[in-house]
Design a protein around this ligand. Structure first.
Ligand SMILES: [Zn+2]
Ligand SMILES: [Zn+2]
Length: 336
């Protein structure tokens, strides 16, 4: 089988690898049918990643189950499933507490698409082995489009977690979104669906801003200071100066969620944050724990993540098309 392999800045290529096989009775083998780059993949492709190439890329996809081990009961061959970005066993104390990105049964940072906690391959591969399949895989609800939901492995479900629980606690909150890619747009869509008012989306890209307006947000090219303006804020830029400006716009006891991936150091206005009473959360997403609840919102027809999909591209074109700068291309296969 082929693995799309990141080999150098802005360069990926197919490399042959042995077909993965069932190694344990709780494994599954899946074939991605719709896969898409995470916002962080564009940083990796631009050469800003923290792991030296070559390695298999990709950690967002909807896949079809091809084969299951004898102990797997939750999914069966032929099922469409969401494959979470991080590897988790579902059974250790952390997994049981919902901290699936911190599973103790696998090496620290075990994930698809970057060999930082063992090598689990990437989801831009023809076939993928999924350990702990019953705990990992989430069946795609009937009626949902794999292309629209390809990002449920990470960015889309992350966007749900960044805003949905807070809006439940603070209905009608004023929301600020400072972003550069798909995550912020998904947040706008979900925030509108869950009753936020006054969503401001800040992004220098006019195409992104047009999409945000389609989700009911007001938009701006850059962030003007709005002291005490917003109850909730989401920062997804990877830039500390933008995070600093974002927290300065929070209302008293406001909450800022950062999608992280700050590869460079920087300073935050800690005294301002103290005086305002800011809660800042910057956390890798325990995505598996909330994929089902996020998918339920999509299955209810309340949101439209397919609007963020910028291009639908044939799987075989991955090496040429992935390094191009697109908002959210989805690579699809007709043969599985
Ligand atoms: Zn990611
Ligand atoms: Zn675990």
């Amino acid at each position: 089988m082929r693995e799309l392999t990141y080999v150098a800045r802005r360069t990926v290529e197919w490399r042959e690898a042995p077909d993965p096989t069932i190694r344990s009775s709780d494994d599954a083998i899946v074939a991605p049918v719709a896969a898409t780059p995470c916002d962080v993949d564009s940083s990796i492709l631009a050469g800003h990643g923290f792991v030296a190439p070559p390695f298999a890329l990709g950690h967002e996809c909807v896949a079809r189950v091809v084969e299951t081990g004898d102990a797997v009961t939750a999914v069966a061959p032929g099922d469409l499933v969401v494959v979470p970005w991080s590897i988790n066993c579902g059974d250790c104390d952390r997994c049981r507490a919902g901290l699936t990105a911190h599973c103790t049964a696998v090496p620290y940072m075990a994930m698809y698409g970057a060999p930082v906690g063992g090598n689990w391959g990437g989801l831009f591969s023809d076939l993928v082995r999924v350990p702990y399949a019953d705990a990992m895989l989430v069946p795609l609800p009937a009626g949902l489009d794999p292309v629209a939901m390809a990002s449920a492995s990470d960015n889309w479900s992350l966007a749900w977690r960044l805003i949905a629980p807070h809006l439940k606690d603070r209905p009608g909150a004023r929301v600020l979104v400072v972003a550069r890619g798909s995550i912020g747009l998904y947040v706008c869509d979900i925030a509108r669906a869950l009753g936020a008012c006054d969503v401001l989306y800040v992004d220098p890209d006019p195409e992104h801003r047009a999409l945000a307006r389609g989700f009911g947000a007001v938009t701006a090219e850059s962030l003007e200071s709005v002291p005490r303006g917003y109850d909730l804020a989401v920062e997804a830029t990877g830039r500390v100066d933008q995070l600093a400006a974002t927290v300065k716009c929070l209302a008293p006891e406001g909450i800022c969620e950062s999608a992280g991936n700050h590869f460079r150091p920087g300073e935050l206005p800690l005294l301002d944050m103290y005086l305002t009473g800011v809660t800042l959360r910057i956390a890798r997403d325990n995505v598996r724990a909330h994929i089902p609840e996020a998918l339920a919102l999509a299955a209810a027809g309340e949101v439209d993540p397919g609007k963020v999909v910028s291009h639908v591209i044939d799987w075989d074109d991955l090496p040429n098309a992935l390094p191009e700068k697109h908002l959210k291309p989805v690579f699809v296969r007709a043969d599985v």
